[in-house]
Design a protein around this ligand. Structure first.
Ligand code: ATR
Length: 283
C-alpha cells in the first residue's frame, strides 16, 4: 500500500533539458507554501530521447506520480505532439508549456501568451488601446506573443525579423491582422505604434543593438521585452533613456505560471511583489 503521505501529496514538475536555470520551482513552491498545500513542484531534467518515455510514465497515472507540470525548451513541440487533447491555443502554436492528466488523457495548453498580456495588464493598464503593435523577432517565443495580441483584438500586428521568411510564415499562420516586414523596415513601421515588443536577443548575444528612435511611437506607447535576464535588456534601457514607458519580461514568467498552478493544485494564485523579489534575488 502506498503511504498516506504520498497519496495526499499533489506532485507537479517542470521538465526541460537543461533545467537547472528554471525559476519555475521558486514560483510554485512560493504559492504552495502560501496556500499551505501539501504538494511538491520539482524540476526534472529529461533529454529529448527520453521525453516520450517521461510522458508515457505520466500517462500511467500511478499513485505518487505527478498530476501534470510545465514543459520547457526543448520539449514544447513534442509535448503538443504527444497530447491526447491539445486545446485551441496549443493547436495553433504547435507547442505546449502546461500539461495535466484528466481521465487518463494528457491535456495540454500554452500559457505564454496569457502570461504576456497579463504582465502588461498588471504593469501598464490601458496598453491594449494600441491600434498598432510592433513585434521584433519571429522565433518560438514570438508566436505566443502574436497570438495573444491578435486574440486581445489589437488591430494591426507588425512582425519584423532579420530573416524575413520567418516573419512571413507567422503572418500566414496568424491571419489577416498580422503583417510581416524585414527588420530594415523598423523606421517606417514604428511610426505611431502604441506597443513595441522585443522578442530577440539583440544586444545580448555579442551583437550591439542598433539605435532605435522610440520617439516615432505614439505618445502613450509602451515598450516591453519578453527576456527577463537581465531585467533591463539593452532595448528596454534604450527606450527608458528616451523617456518611454517600459515593462520588463519578468511578469510574463510569473503570470504564465498561474493557470498551471490553478489546474494542478486547485487554487488561484496571485503574482505579488514578494514573489517578484524572490526571483530577482535569485538572478
Ligand atoms: P526564441 O524561441 O527565444 O524566440 P529563436 O527561435 O532562436 O528563439 O528566435 C530568436 C529570434 O531573435 C529570431 O527572430 C532571430 O532572428 P532570425 O530569425 O533572423 O534568426 C532573432 N535574433 C537573434 N539574434 C539577432 C540579432 N543579432 N539580430 C537580429 N535578430 C536576432
Amino acid at each position: 500500500m502506498a503511504d498516506s503521505r504520498e497519496t495526499l501529496t499533489i506532485n507537479a514538475f517542470v521538465v526541460g533539458y537543461p533545467i537547472k536555470h528554471s525559476r519555475s520551482p521558486i514560483i510554485h513552491s512560493y504559492w504552495l507554501k502560501k496556500f499551505g498545500i501539501a504538494g511538491s513542484y520539482k524540476a526534472v531534467e529529461v533529454s529529448p530521447d527520453d521525453f516520450a518515455n517521461f510522458i508515457a510514465t505520466l500517462k500511467q497515472g500511478k499513485p505518487g506520480t505527478a498530476v501534470g507540470g510545465n514543459v520547457t525548451i526543448p520539449h514544447k513541440q513534442a509535448a503538443y505532439q504527444l497530447a491526447d487533447r491539445p486545446d485551441a491555443l496549443a493547436e495553433e502554436l504547435g507547442a505546449a508549456n502546461t500539461v495535466w492528466m484528466e481521465e487518463g488523457e494528457l491535456h495540454v495548453t500554452n500559457t505564454d501568451g496569457y502570461g504576456f498580456v497579463s504582465n502588461l495588464d498588471e504593469r501598464h493598464p490601458g496598453w491594449d488601446r494600441a491600434e498598432r503593435a510592433v513585434v521584433l523577432g519571429a522565433g518560438g517565443a514570438s508566436r505566443a506573443v502574436i497570438q495573444s495580441l491578435r486574440d486581445r483584438g489589437i488591430a494591426e500586428i507588425h512582425v519584423l525579423n532579420r530573416t524575413v521568411e520567418r516573419a512571413r510564415e507567422l503572418a500566414d499562420r496568424f491571419g489577416p491582422r498580422v503583417f510581416s516586414h524585414p527588420q530594415a523596415a523598423l523606421y517606417e513601421v514604428m511610426q505611431g505604434a502604441g506597443l513595441f515588443v522585443n522578442t530577440t536577443s539583440l544586444g545580448m548575444d555579442g551583437t550591439e543593438a542598433p539605435h532605435l528612435d522610440f520617439s516615432l511611437l505614439a505618445a502613450q506607447a509602451v515598450v516591453t521585452d519578453i527576456v527577463y535576464v537581465p531585467l533591463k535588456t539593452p532595448i528596454l534601457k534604450m527606450a527608458e533613456e528616451q523617456g518611454m514607458a517600459t515593462v520588463d519580461g519578468l511578469g510574463m514568467l510569473l503570470h504564465q505560471a498561474k493557470p498551471g498552478f490553478e489546474r494542478w493544485f486547485g487554487k488561484t494564485p496571485e503574482v505579488d511583489e514578494a514573489l517578484r523579489s524572490l526571483i530577482i534575488e535569485d538572478m
